[in-house]
Design a protein around this ligand. Structure first.
Ligand code: F6P
Length: 187
């Protein structure tokens, strides 16, 4: 059976500042996560092949830097576009409570909703269905969409799925549904 690995990028400088969006570098802690990843994947896969997919953002590329496998960058895997709110903290964003009333459909001004993100992820999902072992090093909102697809979770729950930092989620698709394992790093 093939494996699909999901991981958020390591902690970024924007995380430390509480800001959303942007294209910041990994923090020192995020860099330690990037260094720790290859061992776990190797222990899991042995000599099986793997392809690593990242977004075009620095934080996912830096997180995958030490993984000794072929890599592919997808623009479609870039984090949800927060439009006018990009680079702000949740406290600075006045509409956070309005967004929470229908988080799946809420579209940031000049940006995207979760529904928009799912639409642009369609080609990625199509390709993922055709591939063997894949690791996606991605972003919170995007991995929520991917995870909900494989576990068939409803739209209203999707924007609240917990995809913690510094954790690898391994999915093994079976005839009905997916088996799941999680590996948490203490770094
Ligand atoms: O904070 C990290 C982040 O990836 C932001 O860039 C993004 O806007 C956010 O998470 C998505 O999570 P939520 O939809 O819960 O705000």
């Amino acid at each position: 059976p093939r494996s699909i690995f999901f991981s958020r990028h390591g902690e970024s400088m924007y995380h430390l500042m509480g800001k959303i969006g942007g294209d910041s570098d990994l923090s020192p802690r995020g860099k330690r996560y990037a260094l720790a990843l290859p061992k776990l994947i190797k222990e899991n896969l042995g000599d099986q092949p793997l392809t690593v997919w990242t977004s075009t953002m620095k934080r996912t590329i830096q997180t995958s830097e030490h993984l000794p496998y072929p890599k592919l960058q997808w623009k479609a895997l870039d984090e949800i576009d927060a439009g006018c709110c990009d680079g702000k903290t949740y406290e600075e964003i006045e509409e956070t409570s309005i967004r929470d009333q229908d988080k799946f459909n809420y579209r940031y001004r000049g940006g995207e909703s979760y529904r928009d993100a799912i639409n642009r992820l369609e080609p990625v999902i199509m390709e993922l269905e055709r591939q063997q072992n894949i690791m996606i090093v991605g972003h919170q909102a995007i991995l929520r969409c991917m995870y909900a697809y494989f576990h068939n979770l409803p739209h209203e729950d999707l924007p609240y799925i917990r995809i913690p930092l510094h954790t690898v989620i391994k999915l093994t698709p079976k005839a009905y549904g997916c088996e799941e394992e999680r590996y948490r790093f203490d770094i």
